[in-house]
Each structure stands twice: as C-alpha cells, then as structure tokens.
Design a protein around this ligand. Structure first.
Ligand SMILES: *Cc1c(COP(=O)(O)O)cnc(C)c1O
Length: 426
C-alpha cells in the first residue's frame, strides 16, 4: 500500500505531526488514552447521516441507525441529537438507545429471536414498530401485548429472495437465510396479523444484506415489496411505511461504493407517487468510515516466509478480518523515512486466525503507532474479552475536542461476576 492511498475516511488527514482526525493528532490520543483505542469523528458521523437526509429531501422518511454496527452511547447520542431513529436487535440495544437520549417512538425492533422479556420492554417503552420475522413470533407478540393490555405495532420482515451479491455471511435476503418470512407466505401471515386483536399492522420491512456495492438488488427488492403492499391494500390491509433496511456498502480499499444519492435515486423514483413513509436502517454507511482503531507495534518478528508486526490490538478488538476476511487499510500514524517491508499485522491472541491485516508494505519499528481505518462499524460492537483482554477505550473527536466515550476496561471488571470455589467442601 503506497503512502498516497486515497483515504477512505473523510475527516482523516495527513500532516507533519502525523495523521489528524478532525483537528486532533492521533499521537495525542495515544499519549492520553493509551492503545488500543477506537477513535470516532463526530463530523464524519454527522455528514454520513446528513447525506441520507439530504438525499431523502422533503419526502416523508425515517433513517434508523442500526445500533449493532456501533452501539457506543456517545455515537448513538450524536445520531439522537440529529433526530435519527434506531434499528435495534435486542433489549440491550433498546436500553442503550434510551440511555443515549434516543426516542422510543423512532425505534424499530428487528431480529429472529425476540424473547418475551424483550417484547415487554419494547412495548413498555412504546417503540414505533416490531419487524416480525416468523409466524411463531407473530403469535407470541400478540399474546404478550394482550397480557399488557396493549396493541403492538408490527411490520413483517419479508424475504424478497434477491441475491445481494455480497459475502455469504452478510447476505440476508435469500430463501436459504434464517431471516424474514418467505415472500410466498407473506400474504397469509399479513391476514393472520390483521386478525389478531392485539396487533396493529403498520408496515413491511426487508434487509437483503450488507456491504452492498450495487444499487440494483435493492431496487429489485423494493419493487417486490411494493407489489405486496398493493396486493395487501386490495384486501383492505393498508401499510403506512415501507422499511428497506440497511446494507449500503462503503469503501474500505478501492471498492466503488455508490454514494447515498446514487443508492437512493432508483428507490426514490419507485416511491415517487406513493404515500407510504420510507424507512432505512443503515449501519455501516453511517459509522464505518467515521472510526478507526489505533494500535501500537509491540514487536517486529522477521521470518523466512513472513514478517510479522505484532501489535497491541487483536481479533478480540476487531474481528472482521478473521471472521469474514474484512480488509482494513493500515497506515503508519507518523511516516518514517525507512525501507518498507511486507508484514502481516497480527495481535497477541493465541489463534492463527488472529490477524488484522496481511501482506502490507509498511515502514514500522517497535513502538510505532498504526491506524486501522474504516473500523467504525462492526468493530468495537463485535469485540470480546477473549484471552482476558480488557476491551479498548473509545474516544469521540469533535473539532479540537476529545471526549472519552468509553473508558478502557480494567482486568478486575472482567471477572467481577465470577468467584473461585473455596478449597474445602462445606
Ligand atoms: C445489520 C442490519 C442492518 C444494518 O446493516 P448495514 O449493512 O450495516 O447497513 C439493518 N437492518 C437489519 C435488520 C440488520 O440486521
């Protein structure tokens, strides 16, 4: 990778002091908060959200940030202040949204395994809609709502059976996926939902996959959804909103990711004369290029076949490379006038799969800082404590200001809920 690699992150810049995010030097962040540390840019988060708002213009619409992509309260609060809605997949994510100042009446609840407790919490909070993913869930939701003397707003998540042409682990709109109800079963299920006394049918949802680089499959899915909306209307089941999910891809390397405008244009055309509110659930495209993972080189380990740069971040901090060959640009934070060598950037974890990047040409020495770019989505939110590693700190940069939005975990907190057995039986 050459030094002149065009940066995928809009608020990251090169300077004589090394890389800057907004007006803050990454070296300052490392000095103050240590490494590994996730760093987010408020301006980039805001711009990503505004791109959706601008593209949607005056059209009745709601952009619901997918909380699973980045669930940090600081990040969520930025979106809440912009008037965003949220797409959640658990009771835990609902609690986070509310703690971050998000509005419950702008929350949609997706996921195939909602528990009764989670349904109750969401009904209590007064969320906007349950995206129901099976016949059994529909019956259970009606029951839970009945017990509470409430009516649950529902949309069915319909599987449009289109190929999103993305990695199989992140493709979700095919018949073979666990997500959503089959297109062919949707009509019958809507009739059932309309007949259940404690449900109020309000919409339809789909989500065909993630890191989509082509707008065509989404437009095809949308037009199938509209066919269904019209058939339902003919039976007297009128839907107020159509939720087209998330999935817009971003540039990690050299991908030609569509702009939000280009992605939404065919959809806006399809919906031009339609009364339904249009909803989206973007995750990656809101936070992915607003965040990076800052790490320090612990050791260089030259070898016969491979050179390794062993860093203080690992697969427990950033799982995407191990899990689905996710590629992240790696940059020296302060450029060095030294020969480059081809290295694998790996972590300290005891797994061969613990790598963050492979075969990168870097000029690095022990103690140098590296930035793994485009790590704002599915980074910290997928992290774990494997190998008893405290999770990274998270900071949010706003102009010249740095806010610590999650303190580094302590080792003690990792086993605070555990206890050793006493040495003698009692
Ligand atoms: C993961 C997910 C999203 C967000 O997907 P991105 O590719 O990050 O935009 C939206 N909706 C649902 C139902 C999801 O599961």
């Amino acid at each position: 990778m050459s030094q002149e690699f065009p940066l995928p992150m809009p608020t990251l810049a090169r300077s004589p002091q090394g890389l800057l995010i907004e007006q803050v030097a990454l070296t300052d962040i490392a000095a103050r908060f240590g490494t590994p540390v996730y760093v987010y840019s408020r301006a980039a988060l805001t711009e990503a959200f505004d791109a959706y708002r601008r593209a949607l213009g005056a059209r009745r619409s709601l952009v619901c940030c997918a909380v699973k992509a980045n669930s940090n309260l600081g990040v969520l609060s930025v979106f809440a202040q912009l008037g965003a809605g949220f797409d959640i997949v658990s009771g835990g994510e609902l609690a986070r949204v509310l703690a971050a100042g998000g509005r419950a009446d702008r929350v949609v609840f997706s996921g195939v395994g909602k528990s009764r407790t989670e349904m109750r919490q969401a009904l209590e909070a007064g969320i906007r809609c349950f995206n129901v993913e099976s016949a059994a869930e529909l019956e259970r939701l009606n029951e839970v709502a009945a017990q509470m003397g409430r009516t649950a707003p529902v949309a069915l998540r319909v599987n449009p059976d289109v190929d999103a042409k993305t990695h199989p682990y992140i493709s979700t709109g095919l018949k073979s996926n666990k997500f959503g109800v089959a297109f062919g079963e949707a009509l019958a299920l809507y009739r059932r939902a309309a007949a259940l006394p404690h449900l109020r049918v309000c919409g339809i949802a789909c989500h065909i996959g993630s890191q989509l680089l082509d707008a065509a499959p989404m437009a095809e899915a949308a037009s199938r959804m509209l066919g269904l909306v019209d058939r339902l209307a003919a039976e007297g089941i009128r839907l107020e909103h159509v939720d087209l999910g998330g999935g817009l891809g971003i540039r990690y390397r050299d991908e030609a990711a569509p702009t939000v405008d280009a992605y939404l244009a065919p959809l806006l055309e399809l919906f031009k004369d339609r009364p339904e509110e249009l909803c989206f659930e973007p995750g990656r495209s809101l936070t992915g290029n607003a965040g990076l993972l800052l790490t320090r080189v612990e050791y260089l380990k030259p070898g016969e076949e491979k050179n390794f740069a062993i860093v203080d971040a690992a697969m427990n901090d950033l799982l995407r490379p191990s899990l689905y060959s996710g590629w992240h640009a790696v940059m020296e934070v302060v450029a060095r006038d030294a020969p480059r060598r081809t290295v694998d950037v790996v972590g300290p974890i005891c797994e061969s799969g613990d790598f963050l990047a492979r075969d990168r040409d870097l000029a690095v020495e022990e103690g140098d800082l590296l930035a793994l770019l485009s790590a704002g989505a599915y980074g910290m939110s997928m992290s774990s404590n494997y190998n008893s590693r405290p999770r990274a700190a998270e900071v949010l940069v706003d102009g010249r200001e740095i806010h610590l939005v999650r303190a580094r975990e302590t080792v003690e907190s990792l086993y605070a809920l555990e206890c050793p057995l006493s040495s003698s039986r009692s």
